[in-house]
Write a protein that binds this ligand. Structure first.
Ligand SMILES: [Zn+2]
Length: 144
């Protein structure tokens, strides 16, 4: 145990990690995007849940996704909604439809948001225990 507490690097909302979604969060910490894939029909889904939302099978395994997708919707926040002031406004949050099908909501970095923009995952280590997904444009995607 260290004598001094570590500085608080991240003051934003924390995920509710449970037995059901722990592999997803563990994967992010290892800079891998993991999601459940149904053994019955092959459907891949996020957020993690106890059964396949396509065929209701409870048989699934965790698979690594490419981390690539397309912005299908986005919003830009101009106000600070957290008392901690954790996010520097304005900031953009995108709905990204991943190549494998699931949709993931995350902050966009290094870009003006646009529907149809090709993006790839970026891992933001906010503490020793927590890594968040972000998305940034695929190199060469802007201006096409
Ligand atoms: Zn299924």
């Amino acid at each position: 145990m260290s004598a001094e507490p570590e500085p608080i690097a991240y003051r934003g909302p924390l995920p509710a990690v449970t037995a059901l979604n722990r592999p997803h969060w563990d994967g992010l910490r290892e800079h891998r995007l993991l999601a459940p894939r149904c053994d019955g029909c092959g459907h891949v889904w996020l957020p993690p849940g106890p059964w396949c939302p396509s065929c209701w099978s409870r048989a699934y395994r965790w698979v690594e996704l490419s981390g690539r997708g397309t912005v299908t919707a986005w919003v830009r926040f101009h106000r600070q909604y957290f008392r901690s002031g954790v996010f520097e406004v304005p900031y953009a949050v995108a709905e990204v439809t991943l190549e494998e099908g699931p949709r993931l909501y995350a902050q966009l970095e290094d870009t003006e948001p646009a529907a149809g923009l090709a993006v790839e995952i970026s891992y933001q280590d906010v503490s020793g225990d927590l890594t968040l997904a972000r998305f940034r444009p695929v190199p060469g995607a802007i201006g096409r």
